[in-house]
Design a protein around this ligand. Structure first.
Ligand SMILES: NC(=O)c1ccc[n+]([C@@H]2O[C@H](COP(=O)([O-])OP(=O)(O)OC[C@H]3O[C@@H](n4cnc5c(N)ncnc54)[C@H](O)[C@@H]3O)[C@@H](O)[C@H]2O)c1
Length: 253
């Protein structure tokens, strides 16, 4: 790659929250960014933020759990921005419930978006990384991978992503491709706001309660995660692969 050529990054679930902060951060680092989310129009704010700051971005609507939509989305990225060599598998959903009340469809939805979605996106993008002899994959795991009440589906998906990440690192390393996982703790986004609403708490009260359990005495912000993802996707991080980084304001076990 010549020094004038821009690397193309794909961020799924980039319409809001951690994905939006990551797209903006990667663009600030000079990447052209494809912002993928379920609804193309919902990506507009993220794309406008990037272009207003002088960056390059496009909005792409796709459901990451749908093979045909993923293939069409990646083809659009290649046509409009160029071959992607950075992939952040961030799209996610919650369908929390205790095991005995968890429906099969809530299990399937969560596993499909996180695991199937990350598999389909990585499969579609990896050939471009292999061709380029360079690639950076970052998968969003979670502190819930260690187990969390009410999240049998989500914790299984997030633990599964750690195994997926390590296997990608082993298989793709010889092509200049690294794969790492970032596992956030509590981050203030619409996802955690929805959890607060579900348990009948105001979001401020919910965040304050969470902060009492976090050593740095605050909840995380999307930029805290974007920062870790920027490190893993950096040009200099080529010897860091197959790792899971908990970004949770303190140690977890
Ligand atoms: N917020 C947290 O505390 C936290 C903690 C640990 C891990 N995470 C993970 O970080 C990622 C981002 O979380 P967030 O808090 O920003 O969530 P969010 O709900 O604010 O944003 C998720 C985005 O993903 C999109 N999305 C959902 N299903 C999709 C699909 N099938 N195809 C394409 N896009 C889809 C949504 O439309 C949304 O824009 C998720 O993978 C989540 O599991 C979040």
């Amino acid at each position: 790659m010549s020094t004038t050529e821009q690397r193309v990054a794909v961020v799924t679930g980039g319409a809001r929250g951690i994905g939006a902060a990551t797209a903006v951060r990667l663009a600030a680092e000079g990447r052209a960014v494809a912002v993928i989310d379920l609804d193309e129009a919902a990506c507009k704010d993220t794309v406008e933020k990037i272009t207003a700051a002088g960056g390059k971005a496009i909005a792409v609507g796709a459901d990451v759990s749908d093979e045909a939509q993923v293939e069409a989305a990646v083809a659009r990225v290649v046509a409009e921005l160029g071959a992607p060599t950075i992939l952040v598998n961030n799209a996610g959903v919650l369908r929390d419930n205790l095991l005995f009340k968890m429906s099969v469809s809530d299990w399937d939805t969560v596993l499909n978006v996180h695991l199937r979605g990350s598999f389909l996106m990585t499969k579609a993008v990896q050939k471009h990384m292999v061709d380029a002899g360079f690639g950076r994959v970052v998968n969003l795991s979670s502190s819930s991978a260690l187990g969390n009440r009410g999240q049998a589906n989500y914790s299984a998906a997030k633990a599964g992503l750690q195994g997926f990440t390590k296997t990608l690192a082993i298989e793709l390393g010889k092509f200049g491709i690294t794969a790492n996982a970032v596992a956030p703790g509590f981050i203030a986004t619409d996802m955690t706001a929805a959890t607060a609403a579900r348990v009948g708490m105001g979001f401020e009260e919910f965040k304050a309660a969470a902060a009492t359990q976090i050593p740095v005495a605050r909840v995380g912000e999307p930029d805290d995660i974007a920062n870790a993802i920027a490190f893993f996707t950096g040009e200099a991080a080529g010897f860091v692969s197959g790792q899971v980084l908990y970004v949770a304001g303190g140690p977890l076990d």
